[in-house]
Structures are given as C-alpha cells and as structure tokens.
Design a protein around this ligand. Structure first.
Ligand code: SF4
Length: 191
C-alpha cells in the first residue's frame, strides 16, 4: 500500500514518541508504518551513544581549548579508535582552520588526510553583475569525495565546504561524514 506522507509531527498532540509511557502511539504516527524498517544497527546505536558521551567529554575539557574541537577529537578517538586515519575535506580558503582541526586530531594520536576543494584546477565560467563573462577556479567536491573513498578513511570531517557543495560531497562519499564547519559564501568557514 502506498504510504501517504504528510506533516504528522506538526499536528500531533501527544508526542508519544517522546512520552513512551503513554502507549499506544497515535494512529497517524509514521513510526507505525515503518516499524520494521527503522531499527538502528548496533554500531549506529553505539555511534549515537559515543557522540552524546563526547559532549560530556568536551565539557570536562572545557578549560583546555575549544569546546567543539574537544568534542570532535573525543568522539573520533572513542568511536573510530586511536589508529584511525580521519579524512578532512576542506575549502582551500579554510586551510588554516583545517590545520587547526588536523592538529587537534593528531594530538590524540590519530592521523588525518586532507583534500582541498580546488583539486583538479577546474575552470568555471560565470557572468558578473554587469553581464561581463569571466572565469574563475572552481571547486570539485566529487573529486574530494572520490579521493577520500580511495583512501578508505572511516570518517570525513568537512571544514568550510560551501553550503550546497557539501551536498555533493556527502552524496559521493562512502564514509561517515561530519559537517563540522559549513561555509556560507561571504561569511567564510572558521571555528
Ligand atoms: S508520536 Fe508520531 S506523529 Fe507524534 S510527534 Fe512523535 S513521531 Fe510524530
């Protein structure tokens, strides 16, 4: 039977998914339709647990450096292990921020593999606000993803990829992806 998807959660009065003790759940809840398909794998349950636990780890380290970096390195080491090589996909304009992220990763004994966005030197044709055509070096999130796929890294941290480019990267990347810093063009990608 074809499933009709409307905004059940917007109109739901019970929020029984949260208040489990109030079973039975609402009749319009998608959880009922997808009951056989929404189970987490044990590794996914573990990942969520480690991601949450890393918040506590970062809180405990709060006097020693940036909170989000502390979360990142705590989580990466706890879930992927100290022997992991972590992929870093960065904007070329965010290389110094990527350096900071890589140093944090390496401070925990892990390795990092960086691939920046202008890889391949693509030329992009554009037109300025006065209608004058010009060319500029373009980004290649497909190449970034495929090279990191070749390196077989278990996880990739995105550092300053432009919003929208990150969508292409995530579509082509075979690893877990952490969109750590997203860049809205003109506001840049910094910590
Ligand atoms: S109980 Fe179901 S319909 Fe209501 S908020 Fe939760 S998931 Fe959405």
């Amino acid at each position: 039977m074809e499933k009709e998807h409307i905004n059940h959660c917007l109109v739901c009065k019970t929020k029984n998914c949260y208040h489990r003790k109030l079973d039975p759940k609402t009749s319009n809840c998608l959880e009922i339709d997808y009951a056989e398909e929404i189970r987490l794998e044990p590794s996914e349950t573990e990942l969520i647990y480690r991601a949450n636990a890393a918040i506590q780890g970062a809180f405990e380290r709060r006097t020693k450096g940036d909170f989000t970096l502390n979360w990142l390195k705590t989580f990466l080491k706890d879930f992927f292990g100290s022997q992991a090589t972590v992929g870093v996909a960065s904007c070329l304009g965010s290389v110094e921020t990527a350096r900071t992220v890589i140093e944090a990763i390496e401070s925990e004994g892990m390795k990092a593999a960086l691939v920046t966005c202008k890889l391949g030197g693509l030329t992009v044709k554009n037109v300025d606000k006065d209608g004058v055509p010009y060319e500029h070096p373009g980004c290649n999130p497909v190449a970034q993803a495929k090279i990191l796929n070749e390196l077989n890294v278990p996880v990739v941290v995105l550092v300053g990829l432009c919003i929208g480019h990150d969508m292409i990267f995530i579509k082509h990347c075979k690893s877990y992806v952490i969109p750590f810093i997203t860049k809205m063009p003109l506001t840049f990608g910094t910590l």
